[in-house]
Design a protein around this ligand. Structure first.
Ligand code: NAG
Ligand code: NAG
Ligand code: NAG
Ligand code: NAG
Ligand code: NAG
Length: 460
């Protein structure tokens, strides 16, 4: 999976502290998934990586990512909070009891078996299952520098050894309790790869589209109405000093509503000019907060980017939608644990994410390694009639069907007599709807995700 490897990215992301007049600097931080694409536009205005995953390391198969930590400047004796998501990407069930430990001020690398200030026990995690932890930890009673540490599998029961990329340590500054400020940050939410927050979801080239941006107040005071968010859809239009000059409203300037501390609001951004498809197949948005410096002497140093695949025009797009908080898709087998070498029925909930009705066409099903499932959409040629040629896994192709799914709707499609792999164990199961791209627009969409899940094969 060479392309996926290329996407493996940062462990911790914190905004580069640009020239902010007041100290301590705002340092919005969150745990970034190893599978999230890095976001670094020109000009060095973007978030800097504190640690990078070493791609040569063996993959422990248990990963975490998080929302931004709130408040951005932790208060002495008070709690800092976030939501941490943990996914099992192994081909084995991880039994209940994996511990996530957090320290509010840990100056040394934590070791296996050390207990944190707070410790969360994960339930059993099936392959590809994600669990959310609502975490909070109490900061020291004194102000000054502190190092917050989060260690996934601190008892080392999953890995039996220390894996540095499951540990995240970052420096923060504890401020006096009661310090009031508002600080806005755009947030992606839990969906770090697919951000279907555009309308239409796949904007046609040379059109005008709309995006919905989640704006999070990481501060301790509400914002006043009228703080401005600057949005750029053209990277070359971002001024070099965008994070130090208060006179750049952005290609699109949006008045933000009042947002309470610790709360998020979804803000519509209209009038985004989508590049012509001859120039780009991906639309990137760069978002800066408080561009007219209403909240602080300089715009926020942090920016956020989101993107959409640019389509060749309106039309049907057959894909699938992930259940809330999960990375897998609704793909199921009957029986639930089929026997090796027998046959099974595969049920896949196919969604039409486009804006015209579309046929399901031919559905290709193949089995692969559990940790390869989220990568296949980078590797397969979606409209290749010999699909999937790249994978040696078991492949099955269902007859083309005339079944139509209306725009914006879903249907569960049942495919019978699918052969089961010859060995017992956990496998990835991928279903490619409309494998021949009868719906022409699918042909134009780069890396369109395909539905996948994991399933267990038992010995006969
Ligand atoms: C964090 O721990 C270090 C080392 O013990 C100490 O010097 C520092 O004052 C602590 N930070 C806070 C905010 O208490
Ligand atoms: C893009 O759209 C504009 C306005 O609708 C049109 O004038 C122009 O010819 C289009 N450009 C291309 C390359 O299609
Ligand atoms: C930002 O750059 C522009 C153009 O070079 C310049 O006119 C302006 O003074 C700069 N602003 C700051 C705050 O340095
Ligand atoms: C496909 O259709 C043909 C002809 O109707 C039929 O013989 C065959 O069993 C079908 N295959 C599947 C996998 O449904
Ligand atoms: C499935 O069939 C193959 C080929 O006949 C055989 O080698 C393999 O042992 C079978 N698997 C199981 C689990 O019986």
């Amino acid at each position: 999976m060479p392309l996926t490897r290329a996407l493996v990215a940062l462990l911790v992301l914190a905004a580069a502290s640009a020239a902010l007049a007041d100290e301590p600097a705002f340092q919005p931080a969150r745990i970034v998934s190893r599978f999230e694409a890095p976001q670094e536009p020109a000009g060095g205005a973007g978030p800097a990586s504190l640690q990078r995953a070493n791609l040569q390391n063996s993959d422990p198969g248990l990963h975490m990512w998080s929302e931004f930590f709130w408040p951005v400047k932790p208060e002495a004796g008070k709690k800092q909070k976030t939501t941490i998501w943990v996914i099992n990407r192994r081909d084995k069930v991880i039994p209940a009891g994996t511990i996530v430990s957090i320290w509010a001020n840990k100056t040394e690398q934590p070791k296996c078996g050390e207990t944190g200030d707070v410790n969360y026990k994960l339930p059993e995690l099936l392959p590809l299952q994600t669990k959310a932890i609502k975490a909070s930890w109490k900061m020291p009673e004194t102000t000054g520098k502190a190092k917050v540490a989060i260690f996934l599998d601190s008892a080392c029961t999953v890995f039996n050894e220390f894996y540095w990329f499951n540990t995240v340590i970052w420096s923060t500054t504890v401020v006096e309790a009661g310090t009031k400020y508002a600080f806005l940050q755009a947030s992606k939410g839990p969906d770090w790869i697919e951000s279907y927050d555009f309308e239409p979801k796949f904007p046609p080239g040379n059109s005008t589209s709309k995006a919905n941006i989640r704006v999070f107040n990481l501060g301790t005071a509400p914002t006043e109405a009228g703080v401005k968010m600057g949005v750029y859809y053209d990277l070359s239009a971002i001024p070099d000093n965008v994070t130090s000059d208060c006179t750049y409203p952005g290609q699109i300037s949006v008045d933000l509503p009042k947002i309470a501390p610790g709360k998020t609001k979804v803000v519509p951004v209209e009038g985004i000019k989508v590049p012509n498809r001859n120039d780009a197949n991906y639309l990137a948005l760069y978002v800066y907060m408080d561009v007219t410096c209403k909240l602080s002497p300089a715009p926020n140093p942090g920016y956020f980017s989101s993107g959409a695949r640019i389509s060749s025009g309106p039309g049907a797009v057959l894909a699938s939608l992930q259940p809330k908080g999960q990375r897998y898709y609704p793909v199921k087998t009957t029986p639930k644990t089929p026997k090796a070498n027998e046959t099974m029925t595969v049920k896949v909930k196919i969604a039409n994410l486009g804006d015209a009705d579309g046929v399901v066409g031919r559905v290709v099903i193949f089995t692969t390694a559990v940790d390869a499932t989220d990568a296949v959409h980078y590797d397969i040629g979606r409209c290749d009639p010999s699909l999937p040629s790249l994978y040696n896994g078991l492949t099955f192709s269902a007859n083309t069907t005339d079944l139509v799914i209306k725009a914006g709707k879903s249907k569960t499609v049942k495919i019978t007599d699918v052969p089961v792999p010859a060995t017992a164990g956990w496998f990835g199961l991928v279903a490619v709807p409309d494998a021949d791209c009868i719906n022409e627009v699918e042909r134009s969409l780069h890396w369109l995700p395909v539905p996948y899940n994991a399933f267990e094969v038992v010995a006969p």
